[in-house]
Design a protein around this ligand. Structure first.
Ligand SMILES: NC(=O)C1=CN([C@@H]2O[C@H](COP(=O)(O)OP(=O)(O)OC[C@H]3O[C@@H](n4cnc5c(N)ncnc54)[C@H](O)[C@@H]3O)[C@@H](O)[C@H]2O)C=CC1
Ligand SMILES: O=C(O)[C@H]1O[C@H](OP(=O)(O)OP(=O)(O)OC[C@H]2O[C@@H](n3ccc(=O)[nH]c3=O)[C@H](O)[C@@H]2O)[C@H](O)[C@@H](O)[C@@H]1O
Length: 426
């Protein structure tokens, strides 16, 4: 199949590459010239394990192409996959500018039948709007099929998740495009969940909102555990062994970040309010997440009396391990709070390096803690687990380590008189 993927970001690049790996002929389109020139030189613009190798292989095989020529690719391909970003506006509603721009372009370029697959996360009703808008622009209904096919991959394991999904959600208006989707995903061993266009959009939002709810729930329980001096890890274990609950996404910490949970929890609230439904649970999920950093900031202040003019080192800038993505990273939120309070902030991340006026970033983990009063582990990179804590204690000035991901072994630190503060870990 000839496939055009529009938007070559975390989702688009992974989608295009995996589809090329299946043997399809894939044209990845982006309007970001810098990204395209890197990709055409054989270098991927993001850090995503396994992706670089797969891109190289499929480029060499001649199945993966990168360009900004949407018109030509649309002409050549029968399947179009939209994967542009849908970031949040200031008020939390989804910004559909990039998405609408693509639909507008498509309305001008369609001359033969295309299956238009929407993978971007868009609010309920958007795919219906797309169909309406194309018809209003004068396109004949037989010229296109719209399919809502949301994506569930996680950054850091994107290639694996796309190769081995739990399910393929397909929202359609009529059955004809199912055959195309079966050919597109011919070697994926996962059930097709077929629903309406809006049903598919809501499955995506409900999934992310539910996972975010699990996280805020366990963080609220962690607050209660903290007060009663109970280890939250025991609670997560006890809860997670019940198959009705499941063990995943019960890791208490600084809360959820990234480009999707914060955005999608807000977008779903907007979608509910639009229909006069008050989203009580979603509001609470967001509220717990928003205040989680404050709690651990206060714990730090309690330990140091003040953070003003104190050197605080933050380990981990990416919103989770195995990615370079810092969008809505909890770490950056913590750093902002520290900087506002007058702290001198240093940081180390195995992949992300940037220094600005208020942050000094190091490429060596031990250099990042020279004379530090405290260390905050904001992302659970495996490198932090294998650290030499004796050396850490010798290099630091203070002895406070906040484990914002409940990832370290408290005893390994306490052995060297480091004050370990986890999230509800007495
Ligand atoms: N990042 C993730 O893990 C996941 C993201 N999603 C959803 O997928 C969508 C894309 O997310 P990401 O890949 O993270 O975004 P991204 O920001 O990494 O990539 C979007 C790409 O689209 C390009 N673009 C924007 N307008 C364009 C246009 N008119 N023509 C061509 N290219 C254009 C941008 O230059 C950028 O390279 C979002 O709706 C997101 O919610 C869904 C599942 C997982
Ligand atoms: O729509 C999306 O973009 C994607 O969002 C999430 O994937 P991702 O954001 O890559 O990362 P997750 O592993 O879900 O972690 C999100 C955040 O939750 C936090 N988290 C996760 C699990 C947990 O137990 N506790 C916890 O605090 C992580 O630290 C991270 O900040 C979903 O897991 C994907 O299924 C979805 O496709």
């Amino acid at each position: 199949m000839k496939v055009c993927v529009i938007g070559t970001g975390y989702v688009g690049l992974t989608t295009g590459t995996v589809l090329a790996d299946y043997g399809h002929d894939v044209y990845c389109i982006d309007k970001d010239q810098h990204k395209l020139s890197l990709l055409n030189k054989g270098k991927i613009p993001i850090y995503e394990p396994g992706l670089q190798e797969m891109v190289n292989h499929n480029k060499v095989e001649g199945r993966l192409h990168f360009s900004n020529n949407l018109k030509q690719s649309v002409n050549e391909c029968s399947v179009i996959v939209i994967t542009v970003g849908t970031p949040p506006n200031e008020d939390g509603s989804p910004n559909l500018t990039f998405f609408q721009e693509v639909i507008n372009d498509l309305s001008e370029y369609l001359t033969s039948h295309k299956t238009i697959i929407v993978k971007s996360t868009v609010p309920p009703g958007t795919n219906e709007w797309v169909e309406q808008m194309l018809l209003e622009k004068g396109l004949q209904p037989q010229l296109f099929d719209i399919v809502s096919n949301p994506e569930f991959l996680r950054e850091g394991s994107a290639v694996h998740d796309m190769l081995y999904p739990d399910k393929i959600v397909i929202g359609i208006k009529r059955p004809e495009p199912i055959k195309t989707l079966q050919t597109l995903y011919y070697n994926v061993n996962a059930p097709f969940i077929i629903t309406s266009l809006t049903g598919a959009e809501l499955i995506k939002y409900a999934s992310n909102a539910f996972l975010a709810t699990k996280i805020s729930f366990i963080n609220e329980i962690a607050r209660i555990c903290d007060a009663y001096h109970v280890d939250i890890k025991d609670i997560s274990l006890g809860l997670g062994t019940d198959p009705r609950i499941g063990p995943l996404f019960l890791n208490a910490g600084l809360g959820y970040g990234g480009s999707c949970f914060p955005k999608d929890v807000q977008a779903l609230q907007h979608a509910a309010l639009k229909k006069n439904i008050v989203p009580e649970i979603l509001k609470a999920v967001q509220q717990v997440n928003d205040t989680q950093i404050d709690l651990y900031f206060e714990k730090l202040v309690n330990e140091l009396s003040t953070v003003k003019n104190k050197k605080i080192t933050v380990w981990g800038l990416a919103f989770k391990p195995e990615t370079d993505d810092t969008r809505f990273s909890r770490s950056l939120r913590f750093i902002d709070k520290l900087v506002s309070a007058g702290a001198i902030v240093h940081a180390y991340d195995p992949i992300v390096h940037f220094t600005n006026q208020s942050l000094t970033c190091h490429t060596n983990i031990y250099e990042s803690i020279v004379d530090a009063d405290a260390v905050i582990v904001a992302t659970e990179w495996s490198e932090f687990k294998n650290i030499n804590w004796k050396k850490v204690k010798d290099i630091m000035k203070g002895n406070v380590v906040i484990d914002g991901r409940n990832f370290l072994e408290p005893q390994a630190l306490r052995k060297y008189n480091i004050k370990y503060i986890g999230v509800a870990r007495p």
